[in-house]
Design a protein around this ligand. Structure first.
Ligand code: MN3
Length: 215
């Protein structure tokens, strides 16, 4: 079964004015679309991997045959990261976090404001393309950033949510002003989905995606 591009769970213009329609269209259809296409092309060379989920493929990259390892890392990671990204945003999202993830943020970072400042700072400092994450490990949560399409899953951490700081995610509207994008992005975060992922993490799922597949 080939990997498939999941449909955007809302209209391309639904996250305006935070993320513009053209950015969403290109980002979902072309960028995420290309990750899926290129992942499938890589797996075709190794049919024994065809039954594995994208999450399983990137969980242990050393087990992936060397001739497709970089392709799986970049495109499998891109597929998993973006499949999360569309779902952890929604129109009229944002506001203060609620539920168990709000408690975890407060416990670890003192306040939501302090957490936001640290998260945004990590996003600004990620050199070049990459992601900034709230990730889980050993029962706790922490901020981390990854280059390119690398996933926390590949180092055994649980991606609770992440923001895409590739230029393709914001350049049309924000140009070179990544800090402005990072600050505005909180207005579209979907705390219900973030809580669902956090609870999957806390309930001992090794990594979120298989447990949340199809949500
Ligand atoms: Mn992207």
């Amino acid at each position: 079964m080939a990997h498939e591009l999941p449909p955007l769970p809302y209209d391309y213009a639904a996250l305006e004015p935070v993320i513009d329609k053209q950015t969403m269209t290109l980002h979902h259809d072309m960028h995420h679309g290309a990750y899926v296409k290129n992942l499938n092309a890589a797996i075709e060379k190794h049919p024994e991997l065809a039954s594995k989920s994208a999450e399983d493929l990137i969980r242990d990259l050393n087990s992936i045959p060397e001739d497709i390892r970089a392709a799986v890392r970049n495109n499998g990671g891109g597929h998993v990261n973006h499949s999360m990204f569309w779902k952890i945003m929604k129109p009229k999202g944002g506001g203060d976090p609620n539920g168990p993830v709000a408690d975890a943020i407060k416990k670890t970072f003192g306040s939501f404001k302090d957490f936001q400042t640290k998260f945004n700072d990590a996003g600004v400092k990620q050199f070049g393309s990459g992601w900034v994450w709230l990730a889980g490990a050993k029962g706790d949560v922490h901020i981390m950033s990854t280059p390119n399409q690398d996933s926390p899953i590949s180092v055994g951490h649980f991606p609770i949510f992440g923001n895409d700081v590739w230029e393709h995610a914001y350049y049309l509207k924000y140009n070179n002003r990544r800090p402005e994008y990072l600050a505005a992005w909180w207005n579209v975060i979907n705390w219900d989905e973030v809580n669902a992922r956090y609870e999957a993490y806390k309930s001992g799922k090794s990594v979120a995606e298989p447990a949340l597949a199809g949500r």
